[in-house]
Design a protein around this ligand. Sequence first.
Ligand code: G6P
Length: 612
Amino acid sequence: MCGIIGFAGKTEAVEVLLDGLERLEYRGYDSAGVAVVSTDGKLQVKKSKGRLSVLRTLLEAEEPMSGGIGIGHTRWATHGEPNDVNAHPHVGQEGKIAVVHNGIIENYLEIKNSLIRKGIRFSSDTDTEVIVQLLEYYYKKYSNLMDAVYAVLNRIKGAYAMGILCSDYPEQMLAARKDAPLLIGYGEEGNYIASDVTALLSHTRTVTYMEDDEVAVITAGKVEIYDSDRTLLEKEKHAIEWDVTAAEKGGYAHFMLKEIMEQPEAVRKTISPRIVDGKIVLEELKGTGDFIRNVSRIYIVACGSAYHVGMVGKYTLEKLLHIPVEACLASEFRYSEPLLGESTLVIVISQSGETLDSLAALREAKRRGSKVLSIVNVMGSSIARESDYVLYTWAGPEIAVATTKAYTTQMVLLIMLGVYLARELEQIGQEEYDAIVEGLLRLPEQIKQVLNELDNYQKIASRYFNHNSVFYIGRNLDYALGLEGSLKLKEISYIHSESYAAGELKHGTISLIEPGTLVVALATYAPLVEKSLSNIVEVKSRGAEVIALTTDKTVNTISSQTSEMFVIPEVQAILQPVLGVIPLQLFAYYIALNRGCDIDKPRNLAKSVTVE
Ligand code: G6P
């Protein structure tokens, strides 16, 4: 969703801002803009609807912006359509203050109306404009920028990360946050703010995470962070391990393909440090034995693909632990009446660690006395910081909107957690435990093997990319996997696609199967392959064209019904989806490629959904 970058330095700000915005493009946006203040206090603003290239052209056509202090923004429209006026930065009517903002100001209408009554003219439809108009109003009243900022923060309700420039303070920018991520970067050329660490990687890897209600004053040489009482804080600096090349395409046509190909390494990094002398060691859960033995119910809560990992987890953890495990969509969970309490463990899964619904679900769970364990990719993110326990996936930065390596690493980590808990609860025998641990260690090599079949995925995709509707069917873990396969396809290729539990077909969906309908039949879950075969026969006999996903052990059974197949090595049932998802990702990728889609930045989607 929206992205923020800000720079206070000794060099010209505009190039730093444009570079940062380019690195934030992946989050999804529909307009972009920058504001720079010159040393003599001239506030210059340029913004436009559309891609960054439009903004660049606009900037090139005019006199270069000069000044070392600036803020930039990519906007994903919420309040007001995507157009030049609604793009950020917004400027107050006096032309003194500029603001970029992520989040939503809930009481913006009330503030807007009261300012209109005072004679202030608004030019946009955004909630953000009330921040800047209110700031100018208070600035006029108090003649002090910090006083004005605190007055605004006391008045607005909702979520915000914001960067502020004022032409009377040409040597500084201000930043504030509440319920929306914002970090500060410390570089040699100057200091930065950003909503997302990937925007900073080419400049610095030393950062501080801003907390709710903090306000920062940032100049080229100094960063001061204050709390809500205006007390100066001593904040910890963190070193980011990701390097800049991890967030670049490195010769691949798309980030998505690069990230798919990075999976062996991402999975290895996530697994191997956690296996010591043949045992799964989760240092992060040290000393939690008593609590674990008390757990009587688990909720896995997440959104999008992370929820699909939760579905895999539901089957896996329930089987391993013999306690009820439910996978819930965070947006539903937070408004339902889940059975929370001391003996309930809530597992929140999130790549970004900033998904608003997942964060709200986490807070609700904690409020109602449950412990929260999160599986997160981005260090220092809100979900990571607010959880009782955090397990990090070591996937590195994920740029393509459609998640791939984050999904697989989340899945292996959740499986590892399940096996770890099963051992703690004495629900797993030594032999089975050892076999799974060995299986986990073999996964990176096996993923490589599955990735070697690129030609096959490409060939099959080139035969089916013109279909308008696709059904994914499977049972048990294959059903959970089908949900992800289907989502990948619709996200990036815009083909309508549905995923069904194969046994449910006869209860309605089969009426949609007609000659030529494409069905992707998942048959990797060994205990139910025969049953999946029957479902393949059912759809085939109604004219469906079937692509099957199966294993090298069951390929002969399935080949009696279809010759279009993705074949993966058979591994232990609970590890099978880790391999199974790879052909589905690549099938979706090549279909989208054939259809000429914008694979890394699909229409209407955002990488990180920080609004409800
Ligand atoms: C967005 C992304 C999905 C992701 C979901 C949850 O919809 O496009 O790929 O699965 O958010 O994101 P999270 O960061 O919480 O995993």
